[in-house]
Design a protein around this ligand. Structure first.
Ligand code: SF4
Ligand code: SF4
Length: 192
């Protein structure tokens, strides 16, 4: 009985609506509604190349969405192990937009302050260098060798553009979300 009460407390029946509503900003509502059609057959998980090497089980995320297990879904670290290869989307017998739904759930996770530390590091590069993957010496050499300018015509070549990059990340609210996620990650580290 105690266990049952615990499960009921953790349930948010509106979670699936939230995913559908949020996902409908980027995909069609009709596609997102297909999430309700998942029968948890496991075909997606069986063909998932990432799941062969990690603990990521995509079908679990859809079950959690249907059951309203929001916290479990958003905090599933495997969410970040999906490579968005779309194998599952091609194989799903119920035409669930599996990969797109994962991207939507990741977005919701990120907005709620849950983020993969490696992704946060990449965001840091973007704020500092204007690139998620800044150029390195090796790439400079290769560029020169094949007759290109040593630096691409981006913030690397025009460092004054960095101010504009940072203005965009501030004004879109992206910086704020990343800062909050970093604070959450720090708190998590301190608890270890
Ligand atoms: S293959 Fe489709 S129906 Fe089957 S578990 Fe995955 S998402 Fe659900
Ligand atoms: S899109 Fe993601 S979940 Fe689907 S098969 Fe590829 S890695 Fe697995």
């Amino acid at each position: 009985m105690v266990e049952e009460q615990k499960i009921v407390r953790k349930t948010d029946p509106k979670f699936i609506e939230e995913i559908i509503e949020y996902g409908s900003k980027y995909f069609t509502k009709e596609e997102m509604e297909r999430l309700r059609a998942c029968i948890n057959c496991g075909t997606c998980t069986a063909g998932c190349p990432s799941g062969r090497r990690t603990a990521w089980r995509i079908k679990k995320i859809f079950r959690r969405a249907q059951l309203g297990l929001k916290e479990d879904a958003l905090k599933d670290e495997g969410l970040w192990d999906c490579t968005t290869c779309y194998t599952c989307a091609e194989r799903c017998p119920r035409k669930v937009p599996t990969t797109d739904a994962v991207r939507v759930i990741r977005n919701l996770a990120f907005r709620s302050g849950v983020a993969n530390p490696r992704h946060l590091a990449v965001c840091g590069y973007l704020f500092r260098f204007g690139h998620a993957v800044p150029i390195n010496d090796e790439t400079r050499v290769v560029r020169k060798k094949i007759g290109l300018d040593e630096l691409p015509a981006t913030v690397h070549k025009y460092p004054e553009g960095l101010k504009e990059v940072n203005k965009i990340v501030e004004e879109t609210g992206f910086k704020k979300v990343v800062d909050e996620a970093q604070k959450e990650a720090q708190k998590k580290d301190e608890k270890k």
